[in-house]
Design a protein around this ligand. Sequence first.
Ligand code: ADP
Ligand code: MG
Length: 728
Amino acid sequence: MANSRSNALKQVQNRRPIAPPDRPHKTSEIFAANVFTDEAMQQYLPKDVYKKLQRAIDQGHTVDRDIAESVASGIKNWAIEKGATHYTHWFQPLTGLTAEKHDAFLTIKDGQPLEVFSGENLAQQEPDASSLPSGGIRNTFEARGYTAWDPSSPAFIFENNYGKTLCIPTIFVSYTGEALDFKAPLLKSIEALNDAAVAVCKFFDRNVNRVTPTLGVEQEYFLVDRAFMDLRPDLGLTGRTVIGAPPARGQQLDDHYFGSISERVFAFMTELELESYKLGIPVTTRHNEVAPSQFECAPLFEEQNVAVDHNLLFMDLLDRVARKHQFRVLLHEKPYAGINGSGKHNNWSMATDTGKNLLSPGSAPKENLQFLTFFINTIKAVYEYADLLRAAIATAGNDHRLGANEAPPAIISVFIGSQLSKVLDEIEKPSRKKNKDTPKSYIRLGIPKVPEILLDNTDRNRTSPFAFTGNKFEFRAVGSSDNTAGPMLVLNAIVSNQLREFKKTVDRKVVRGKKKEVAILEVLRAYVKDSKAIRFEGNGYSKEWEEEAAERGLSNVKQTPRALDAYVAEEAVKLFSKLDIFGPTESHARHEIRLEQYSTKINIEARLMEEMLSVYVIPASVSYLTQLGESVEALQDIDAPKASYQTQMELIEEVSEALGQAHRSGKELTKALEVGEALADARDQAIHYGDVVVPIMAQVREAADKLEFLVADDLWPLPKYREMLFMR
Ligand code: ADP
Ligand code: MG
């Protein structure tokens, strides 16, 4: 066997679980130990400052300058007691990752060393972020970017074996006010949703003063041993195998899902959880996923802004902790061809400050009507802006997953289950026959009764991209490596827009003398009728659904470059600017950045493929041909019967054919890349990559994978799928 590969295999076979650090008897003892929690605030801030800060946080306001100094001093004292030496503004640039620039607390004043962290340091920082993407915003406006504190997400201390850093969650904006990150627009969308939802809540309950979106992100990921990763430049640089033949035994047996977790992985998970708890990330479930070496972890849901931050931190922890355990984590949407990819299921709902989940059905008729209002408005919003929602999850990685019979298709639809389908049907066509189970109070208002416990809770449709699961919607089509703020801000925006629309229409009817409940029900009835096409209860993976969806007029855009068009379609640009989330410049800037990211990703993968072809695949195949040739020659030399080298002759032909195909496709790829790299327009370029480069890459891969099957195992230098996926 190729030496390096056999060494890697030996290393992996000899690995033992690495014991995680000691864990306290009770998890609650360390939970949020590294977070500036409410409790810490009370302890480290003067009473009046604490109160003012709390008020700002609860109401989503900015913090007054006059308390910033005092808050900063409290945070500093807390952080220094915990052992932090540096601080950083922690922000979410459009790269999709998080960014930080550390500064020491240390300063020298009048010749004396001392620790300083001022109100100014807390509130604002000016990172030299000129290399972060801005979609041309910074050039156009010649403005620098600055970061500003987001008090609604608590400060925390990030620690590793070598030091501790105080992290202040911040937004990142240009001096002219354009957002250069994910957090700023997310916060604006949360405010827009709050305004619209509170106004609608007032129809039912005057006491509601704040509505916050809630989010629980289930995160899927793969683990691979670092020894294998080191031998696979594609995994290392792109997070996915650009070549590699799926094993005969893939996930057909489905024996990995919920299977027992190996000890080595268990040790890793234990440490991962420990680190998460310290940061206040409430991870609670862990299990194997469908594919071999694939896992999932889910936290308890939280306020959306915090949940997004926590998911980003969690991805960071995944990477760091995996390294300590001699693993590498793969967050790519499709690390292995022919094996299920990874997603992030975004469980989304809305909660009031009176403690009610607006997507949870209640028992009284009024509560029911409130539930139906938010439920139906969400469905209508998804119907109206399905293309925008599709655009929100479009990335080069996710293209491999959506519509590949393993994840929801690229068609956006909503699954609600049979019980709620019946309820909506009843709203649409109220039956004259009285149902004897329906209480009088309902009949009088004409509100259909929603069962309090929804049976569909268990009878899930896992093929739907947007499924109602009892008391929340689960947006399942989000990519595993994405910053969820992107899709979440779109969801908040379209629902808030829809709720505004709803409120206006109901108000108009009420002004004209309609009873409020009747008006609400009338509008809901119209929405149920209008948005019917988006509801689909069947198998989303099936060919029939693609056909039916086309008949229903639903879009099915399979590749990112064109899916992104919806982001800058007139309705979308208007929507964002009406809700004060993005101005037109920002919408276009983001579109541009995402096109560029797509092209860059494909370009890197393709260039790597070219290289791997010429430095691994072709040489290994040529060596094998040589071996075969030498065997034939040797047999001929001793006048062996023809039959003794017949097979070798046939193999020479097969290998040569696949080799020729690989080589020719490789050349074609090079040409296509040259054309692509020369294109100046971002959209033209991305479309070229999607339409031309991606199909050629598939050809190269086919030939390379054929060779992997043909070439003698001991000559093949790259770790194979079965090794990477099944080694423990
Ligand atoms: P499954 O794998 O069956 O989809 P999980 O239990 O793994 O379910 O994940 C469900 C997720 O939904 C959890 O993160 C949970 O906290 C979250 N969730 C539950 N209720 C709400 C809610 N009201 N709003 C947002 N997320 C919620
Ligand atoms: Mg789920």
